[in-house]
Write a protein of this length. Structure first.
Length: 56
């Protein structure tokens, strides 16, 4: 009698998924720095508008 292997694959997939989520949550900035990947959005921030003070 041969034991089915689908549940073994499901367990391994769940363990790998937990590890991937843990690395992403804890060390993603370090991973990006090590791989040389920049931030996804490289648009510059808008310059702040100076407040006009009409009081003298």
């Amino acid at each position: 009698m041969v034991r089915p292997r689908w549940h073994d694959a499901l367990i391994v997939t769940a363990i790998v998924g937990v590890l991937v989520v843990g690395v992403w949550a804890l060390w993603w900035d370090d991973v990006r720095a090590a791989l040389g990947i920049g931030p996804a959005d490289e648009t510059p921030l808008a310059a702040p508008v100076p407040a006009t003070n009409s009081q003298t």
